[in-house]
Write a protein of this length. Sequence first.
Length: 338
Amino acid sequence: MKEKILKRVPVIILAFLAVVSCGFGLSACSSGSDSGKLETLTVAMVPTELNALFYVAEAQKLFAANGLQATLKEDYDSGASAAAGMLNGEADIALAAEFPIVRQVFNKKDITSFGTIAKYENTYIIWRTDSGIKTIQDLKGKKVGVTLKTISEFYLGRTLDLNGINIQQVTLIDTRAPDSEKAIAGRKVDAVAIWEPWVAQINQRMGKEVITMPLQSGQYAYWNLVSTSGWINNHPNMIKRLIKSLIQAESYLASHQSEAKAIVRKRMNFDDAYLEIIWQHYQFSLSLDQSFILAMEDEARWMIKNNLTTEKDVPNFLDHIYADGLRAVKPEAVNIIR
């Protein structure tokens, strides 16, 4: 009997130590994986500072701590192309603004958002000073480079509307974001509607040759986690682990802002001055807000008005929201009215 008790003592001690360790929040206790084997997750994304929570989570090994092996597939030039890639089976989830979601819903695609990871203002129109353009009204009849099917197309179109110009009165030239400087410098277009960091790059290199004007008018865009309803329904636990990782990254960013900025700066190869300028235009936090739904409805009405879809009614975007994952981990972040 004495020998049996002695043999059990080390087991009891190890169990006690494990409980104590978890009580102190060590990452080894937070994987959420019974077997200890990491589940693989592929994320389609464009390289952008909007992915800050992903970059922090990867650098701080938060994905692994929550039982995930996340592959960040940065092969895309816009959120729209990343979402399309995901729908084509190139990744499990994608990061995209709300406008590509609206377009894919109108296209009858199976696309669902399960969280916003950033709200932002980073879209501008830039025109050449020698193009004859002085104001937005002067864009009528001009060639404007814009990445079609992205939210920059919507912001351009809405700005034109507010200035009495129909988007059909402008010649739109489908221009990839990385090619926008070449297009305007080479006079292939008179102006470009584009987002950061390409805005800063054009201004730095062309200087007084161009004029820059914001397009968002104080309206935030939303950078979202999207996937198919089929994938989401088959991976509810993986979604919770992903959201937990990103919320931990959000907490780290809030309490270690300098270190978080350093992670993003290194990842994007930005200089300190530029990062400080753009950082104030971003809010990095997990959410599902009613304002996100309202933004998609506004964009859907704009598409219908401008005959960019054959549909005549605004979809019910609540049918394309999955809130259970975020609600399970951070319930106060879900503010959607059903």
